[in-house]
Design a binder for this molecule. Structure first.
Ligand SMILES: [Zn+2]
Length: 127
């Protein structure tokens, strides 16, 4: 049985609505904001050559060069056997060239680079 993930693609333009949902008590939004904040905190502390790479290329993120978007993949049925939430940056080029024509297909292909038998049951983009 493959692992089932729910994927989100989050851009800076969508952050306000995510924060509003968090403030309104939406626990799913809160856990997403928490995961993204942890990722950014770790990304900002890394030096050149040891930074996080783009989900689908070797572009490196630094405090001075943040990602264009963030992908958050959350196990739909979390347990000991499933990998925890996966958070990754997407560089501007991958966002514009690979992501924008069909972001749902991009998320499926990206998830399978990390987890070959992953199934993306639902993909959403915060608007
Ligand atoms: Zn990239």
């Amino acid at each position: 049985m493959g692992w089932h993930y729910e994927s989100l693609l989050i851009t800076p333009e969508q952050l306000p609505s995510l924060l509003i949902a968090t403030a309104a008590g939406n626990s799913e939004a809160a856990s997403t904001v928490n995961a993204v904040c942890e990722w950014f905190t770790s990304m900002r502390s890394r030096k050149r050559g040891n930074g996080f790479l783009c989900l689908t290329c070797d572009d490196e993120f630094l405090a001075s060069k943040p990602p264009r978007a963030i992908v958050v993949m959350t196990p739909m049925f979390p347990d000991q056997q499933h990998q925890p939430t996966v958070v990754s940056g997407v560089c501007r080029r991958c966002y514009e060239v690979k992501c924008m024509p069909d972001f749902e297909q991009y998320l499926v292909e990206a998830a399978r680079m990390i987890i070959p038998d992953a199934t993306i049951e639902s993909t959403r983009r915060h608007q």
